[in-house]
Design a protein around this ligand. Sequence first.
Ligand SMILES: Nc1ncnc2c1ncn2[C@@H]1O[C@H](COP(=O)(O)OP(=O)(O)O)[C@@H](O)[C@H]1O
Length: 214
Amino acid sequence: MKGGYVPQTDEAPMSMEQEAVIRRIRELLAVRLASDRRREEHSLRVADTAEALARTYGADVFAATAAGLIHDWDRLLSYEELVARAARYGVPLSGPPLLVAPLLHGPVAAVELQELFPELPDEVFQAVARHTTAAPDMSALDMVVFIADGIEPGRRGEYADRLRAMVGQASLREVFFACLTEALAFVIKSGRYVYPLAIESYNRYATIFQKGDS
Ligand SMILES: Nc1ncnc2c1ncn2[C@@H]1O[C@H](COP(=O)(O)OP(=O)(O)O)[C@@H](O)[C@H]1O
């Protein structure tokens, strides 16, 4: 799909009810992340970026904004706490507990947020779970949130500029694959354990793009 992508810009605006839900989430987020203002600001920027991506690529703007706001809901929990909660919820660890712990805040929050925000659709919780691990079958919303986390304006560096420049020029899957590739390259270069689901996801999309079937 290289070269021929035409961005969509006619997504319906949010309803008044949806805007009220977003306001409530923002208020609760400020309390949840009160001890780390930078993390709260990052979440607000991810929500704005996800909203813009949803408009560009025709995903659900409300779901994208909500998922962006809450994606790091459990980011401030200790690794020990994340591992304990993952075990309690039946979230698979897929590796040595303390090595996979940095990724667990996505899947663990996805379980807890369902109770906190029953008014949100399930697809939002899936996107929260997958923003750290990715998945071989990413939905448009999953990709929007994953990309937004990687390219929000607070992310600095040549790679972030290059990924931002792809938006609207390349397909959503191409931008997602580029973000995943950058993230995994960084993890590998720093000698860290790579989460198996992320590798599986990479191979799935590499297979698609190598075949030229984007
Ligand atoms: N060990 C890992 N295995 C696979 N992917 C990882 C790993 N660590 C980080 N990532 C990916 O890289 C992205 C960025 O990671 P990082 O910069 O550590 O987190 P943050 O987004 O919280 O700043 C993560 O959201 C995840 O997609």
